[in-house]
Write a protein that binds this ligand. Structure first.
Ligand code: ZN
Length: 172
């Protein structure tokens, strides 16, 4: 995977269902509905959108995406921070419950032109096959893209659906 793709700065993407998307900015395209990510929107708040990562098929690998085009936590106002904080809390609880994972890694890089946070579940197969910790995230993503199959993709979509139900219950 090219470095710019990894940070979400590429101008196009092929999602894990094989759909090709082109845009100026992936974050903006998700926010304005131009890009429909596999599994759909898990939760949409006033300022943010939670989706499954469109390119890496790992069950419960979610992205919190802010709607406006900024690239830093330091540019968020209090209301936006509060909403993001809540979404991360509920997303982590949902992932731990539904996917039965014990650890989750959060990643936010300012080199990505559009602010988003990775909510990355740490499965034991990752530790065994590739390694544990942030150093190995890229290799885990590469491995997951290369070894995707129908069952895994169905599982990813199923988990997204369960997480959507979880959020619906929270915000009813
Ligand atoms: Zn953007």
């Amino acid at each position: 995977m090219k470095d710019e793709n990894f940070a979400g700065n590429s101008k196009s993407a092929i999602d894990f269902l094989g759909n090709k998307w082109e845009y100026d900015c992936m974050g903006c395209a998700i926010a304005n509905g131009e890009m429909k990510t596999p599994g759909g929107i898990i939760y949409e708040g006033k300022y943010t959108i939670l989706v499954a990562d469109p390119e890496i098929p790992i069950p419960g690998f979610f992205i919190v995406n802010i709607k406006k085009h900024i690239n830093s936590f330091s540019q968020l106002n209090k209301e936006e921070r509060e909403e993001i904080g809540d979404i991360i809390v509920y997303a982590q609880r949902a992932i731990k419950k539904i996917c039965n994972v014990k650890e989750i890694t959060l990643v936010q890089e300012e080199r990505a032109s559009h602010f988003h946070i990775w909510i990355f579940p740490n499965y034991s197969w990752m530790n065994e096959k590739i390694g544990k910790g942030i150093t190995y995230l890229r290799d885990i993503c590469e491995y997951s893209k290369t070894n995707a199959n129908k069952d895994i993709i169905e599982e990813v979509l199923y988990i997204a659906k369960k997480a959507k139900e979880y959020f619906k219950e929270i915000y009813k």
